[in-house]
Design a protein around this ligand. Structure first.
Ligand code: ZN
Length: 139
């Protein structure tokens, strides 16, 4: 099982660091029960732009298998996440950045677990009820 990868998000972004992992879904503590099989590639890149704004570039992809809620059979699912997450230094900046369209912002915590971060992204991308299309369950 994968261990938490705790970082200081500000230092990670200012230093332009990156982290990546490729592993079986069973290795992710909170994803192991969501998928019956598959492998995920995850990459998080720290970015600091010229104005000092900090953000994460998050990329997660892989082909996994969900369980159909209708027939309990295998349901192939492709994870393809590519997004930026901005880090606000304080509440004021959070409000300002949040007002911008197409932009996800969180208040930068002192410590952040990158494994939990990518797990959150994957969980949010899953369908509410995973199932084959109507009438398409294999008999
Ligand atoms: Zn089905």
């Amino acid at each position: 099982m994968m261990q938490a990868v705790e970082i200081d998000p500000r230092r990670f972004c200012k230093g332009g660091q990156s982290w990546e992992v490729r592993d079986d879904v069973a290795a992710f503590p909170r994803l192991a029960h969501e998928f019956t099989q598959g492998e995920l590639f995850c990459r998080v890149i720290g970015v600091a732009d010229a104005s000092g704004a900090l953000s994460f570039g998050i990329e997660i992809r892989g082909d996994v298998t969900l369980t159909c809620q209708r027939c309990l059979g295998e349901l192939p699912f492709t994870v393809g996440i590519h997004r930026m997450l901005q880090l606000a230094r304080d509440e004021t900046e959070l409000e300002r950045l949040d007002a911008e369209p197409d932009c996800e912002t969180i208040l930068a915590p002192a410590k952040l677990d990158l494994v939990a971060l990518v797990e959150d992204e994957v969980l949010l991308s899953l369908p509410m009820a995973a199932m084959h299309a109507e009438g398409e369950c294999p008999t």
